[in-house]
Design a protein around this ligand. Structure first.
Ligand SMILES: O=C(CO)[C@H](O)[C@H](O)COP(=O)(O)O
Length: 293
């Protein structure tokens, strides 16, 4: 029996489409996420805004946290490994997590090489800021993408920039003739065969969620409006005044992203959202989106 085929790995991400994946650091948060209607949870040691505040090296979570989350919920559990950290990824795979996020939110282990994700049975999600990066990650075997945004800032501007850019570049590619694709591959630094596949399909071959900076129901709906297949939220829920209320409202707004009256109702008396950070105040080395290539 063949396991871990592209079809199965990509299909699992397709089943999350239209949903919200929430970062959680313990069983209690995982249950809040599940009860709110999250399609999956991401087990990690700290949400991105706490990673920023803590400084130092951010690594894969303590396996006990991952286990605690896996035992607490029935929805799929994802967990993060550092970019290029083969052993963290193998450990998470051995533990039986449903998905691994090779994530720039953690401190990269390798500045040159991302994981060869084709070598694993477990599927991977990776971040991207443009089509070149998206195609490189798919070339390495990522079964799901998420735009990077700027995690832990509660500021949606980078998520918007990245989603618009990827989708504009896909539209441009789809309208190119096949004899123009090799030059585009050279310009984007992207694998030719992956670009051809995107052109033939008229879309990315894997789902692309939005991540990094979603802090309100309207932010989540905005990302869906811009073409995201779903949304990752971390700090925006668990650094708000009322995580259970924010979690439910963000799920509802993601599902009904063009029902503006509903989004108005959902946004009433939610409590205070997480405090945001203006991107221009971040030191260059604090920009998580620059990690990976
Ligand atoms: O998957 C992620 C990145 O690997 C995070 O879930 C996402 O980026 C969270 O960002 P924020 O805390 O800004 O919501």
């Amino acid at each position: 029996m063949i396991t871990g085929t592209d079809r199965v790995k990509r299909g699992m991400a397709e089943m999350q489409k239209g949903g919200v994946i929430m970062d959680v650091v313990n069983a209690e948060q995982a249950k809040i996420a599940e009860e709110a209607g999250a399609v999956a949870v991401m087990a990690l040691e700290r949400v991105p805004s706490d990673i920023r505040a803590a400084g130092g090296v951010a690594r894969m979570a303590d396996p006990r946290i991952v286990e605690e989350v896996m035992n607490a919920v029935t929805i799929p559990v994802m967990a993060k490994a550092r970019i290029g950290h083969i052993v963290e990824a193998r450990v998470l795979e051995a533990m039986g997590v449903d998905y691994i996020d090779e994530s720039e939110v953690l401190t990269p282990a390798d500045e040159e090489y991302h994981l060869n994700k084709r070598d694993f049975t477990v599927p991977f999600v990776c971040g991207c800021r443009d089509l070149g990066e998206a195609a490189r990650r798919i070339g390495e075997g990522a079964s799901m993408l998420r735009t990077k945004g700027e995690p832990g800032t509660g500021n949606i501007v980078e998520a918007v920039r990245h989603m618009r850019k990827v989708n504009a570049q896909v539209r441009k590619l789809v309208h190119m003739s096949e004899d123009e694709i090799m030059t585009e591959a050279k310009l984007l630094g992207a694998p030719y065969e992956i670009l051809l596949e995107i052109k033939r399909l008229g879309r990315l071959p894997v789902v692309n969620f939005a991540a990094g900076g979603v802090a309100t129901p309207a932010d989540a709906a905005l990302m869906m409006e811009l073409g995201a297949d779903g949304v990752f939220v971390g700090s925006g829920i668990f650094k708000s005044d009322n995580p259970a209320k924010f979690a439910r409202a963000i799920v509802e707004a993601t599902t009904h992203y063009q029902d503006y009256k509903l989004i108005a109702e959902l946004s009433k008396e939610l409590g205070t959202p997480m405090k945001g950070i203006e991107i221009s105040t971040l030191a260059p080395e604090a920009r998580m989106q620059e990690r990976g290539w």
